[in-house]
Design a protein around this ligand. Structure first.
Ligand SMILES: Nc1ncnc2c1ncn2[C@@H]1O[C@H](COP(=O)(O)OP(=O)(O)OP(=O)(O)O)[C@@H](O)[C@H]1O
Ligand SMILES: [Mn+2]
Length: 524
């Protein structure tokens, strides 16, 4: 009897162990990330994602081989060297000596430490294989502009446009050699079918430095759009779109305003450029912050009477102006210097429409509101993808981290519908950090398409060693306005991480057949 019960006990124990083993075997694939995409055929990126101390390909790793001229000699010539450049931080971080701007010290050692550690994360990010994938050379027809062959002296006088007033402008001494071109022209000549500028662009530092420091010789109001903005011109004929500061960094958009009456934020224009670069898209024109003297650099140089006649001195002695536009161009909404210095964003202008016309596409997910009906959900994008036609593009996934004001997209006409979408006008991004807007994810939820490289980069940016908020904080520390106050407040940086997590979760939750959802994407 006793031996029978012992046999029964032993068999029960044996069965239990067996069941445990079986359960463990079955549950292994469940613990495996359900949304892990298949390994891309040409890289071992996922393996790299898993490794904290991945092998870096180094700064001399693959760059865009097709960038027409990677030398920045000459382009740098007239830059004043007063501003920390985007790559300064990277090289000083790698040398272990941090030459932090004054602003960092002002905002305490904690912030300085997180900027310092962010700088090495940013460097590691741009060194990661995902940011250094080899790309094919760019064929001639994929460049937006071509340098015309030399014009004969006899044709010159009748064909060349001559400015009526050369006051303030430099004598032009450019020839077809790119070393003689100013940075803004090099930027224009570097625009291709798939991006506005190449990764690791040697022209980026001189370009942003000139936007931040060059003398402003003219400022006229830019027509179109709803809010005040000016086009600034520089002595070397470069131009920039100026958007003034209208809101303090820690203020949030008023909950009772629809997105289209929200203020445009100069810091959002700058932060969007940095974010776009970090995400690896390069489709937002470079934008920098600048403290502009409203008297010396606007009132005194403007030929635009509509702007000039709106200048006044406020009761506390600050110089203000408001221009003419359909929203917020009134004394109640004037932009004011302190007493004359005004924070602003300056974004490099794209080539003139007469040289490179653009096509405007209505976003299928744009927001529309009616006084009587409930809002119809529509969409937006900071993330989008290349590799299929624009019309297809617009109907596919576009999760956005920040901008509800994405009603239209522009593309360069020359490239037809097989090109990237320009992301102009980011002033209404970064309006709220305390509330997320889930409807922005509608395109992603509905279409479940995400470019493989986008997916991998997003996952990379969610890892602690490349955390999006850390690399954004570090990248923004290079902007000249960082010395006044960090471009994005900490709650906004934290919101970026939180929203990135939501995007990743959305893909995992809605795109069940993830392999299919990501594997169709092309590499670009
Ligand atoms: N960097 C740039 N270079 C050239 N053109 C630009 C640039 N940025 C914007 N534009 C053009 O100027 C127009 C107005 O700019 P923007 O959209 O920023 O103004 P806005 O007042 O915010 O417009 P809206 O109220 O329609 O949103 C854009 O539609 C675009 O065609
Ligand atoms: Mn706008």
């Amino acid at each position: 009897m006793r031996s029978r019960s012992r046999t029964i006990c032993l068999s029960l124990a044996f069965i239990t162990v067996f069941l445990y083993l079986l359960l463990a075997l079955v549950s292994l694939p469940i613990h495996h990330q359900p949304c892990d995409p298949p390994l891309p055929p040409r890289t071992h990126v996922l393996r790299d994602l898993a490794r904290a101390d991945h092998a870096s390909v180094g700064p001399s790793g693959p760059t865009d081989p097709a960038h027409r001229d990677s030398s920045s000699k000459g382009a740098n010539k007239d830059a004043k060297g007063r501003v920390r450049t985007l790559s300064d931080g990277l090289s000083s971080a790698s040398q272990g000596k941090m030459n932090m701007p004054g602003g960092v010290r002002r905002h305490g050692t904690d912030r300085a430490e997180s900027v310092a550690s962010g700088l090495s994360k940013l460097e590691a990010l741009f060194d990661h294989p995902l940011y250094n994938m080899p790309s094919p050379p760019i064929p001639e027809e994929d460049w937006l502009l071509k340098v015309k062959p030399k014009i004969k002296a006899s044709e010159k006088s009748s064909q060349m446009w001559v400015s009526a007033s050369k006051e303030g402008y430099e004598d032009v001494r450019w020839n077809s050699s790119s070393t003689s071109h100013p940075p803004w022209l090099r930027f224009h000549l570097g625009i291709s079918r798939w991006q506005l500028y190449p990764r690791r662009d040697p022209n980026m530092d001189p370009l942003t430095e000139q936007l931040a420091t060059q003398r402003i010789v003219s400022a006229v109001q830019k027509s179109g759009g709803t809010q005040l903005k000016l086009v600034m011109s520089f002595p070397n004929y470069g131009q920039a779109m100026f958007k003034p500061m209208k809101q303090e960094r820690d203020e949030e958009t008023n909950y009772n305003l629809y997105y289209f009456s929200d203020f445009e934020r100069h810091n959002a224009e700058i932060a969007a450029f940095h974010l776009d670069r970090i995400l690896g898209y390069r489709r937002i024109p470079p934008a920098v912050g600048r403290l502009v003297d409203v008297v010396e650099e606007i009132k005194r140089v403007t030929t635009d009477r509509k702007v000039a006649r709106t200048f006044f001195t406020s009761p506390v002695g600050n110089v203000c102006f408001y221009g003419q536009c359909s929203y917020y161009c009134s004394t109640e909404h004037a932009v004011c210097g302190r007493p004359r210095k005004l924070e602003a964003s300056l974004a490099v202008m794209l080539p003139d429409l007469s040289l490179a016309s653009r096509r405007s596409w209505r976003s299928p997910w744009r927001r529309s509101y009616s006084r009587s009906k409930l809002a119809k959900s529509v969409g937006v994008s900071v993330f989008s993808y290349r590799g299929t036609s624009v019309s297809q593009n617009l109907q596919k996934k576009h999760p956005n981290v920040c901008n509800m004001d994405r009603h239209h997209y522009e593309t360069f006409e020359k490239f037809g519908n097989n090109t990237f979408l320009l992301h102009l006008d980011n002033g209404r991004a970064f309006g709220r950090h305390s509330k997320d807007e889930p409807s922005i994810l509608a395109p992603l939820e509905q279409c479940c398409r995400i470019r493989r490289t986008t997916w991998l980069r997003l996952r990379l940016l969610s890892l602690p060693q490349f955390r999006l908020s850390d690399v954004m904080r570090a990248s923004l520390s290079h902007d000249p306005l960082h010395s006044v106050a960090p471009l994005l407040s900490e709650p906004h940086l934290a919101a970026l991480d939180r929203r990135l997590k939501t995007v990743l979760e959305t893909v995992s939750r809605y795109c069940l057949d993830l392999n299919q959802a990501v594997s169709k994407m092309t590499y670009r």
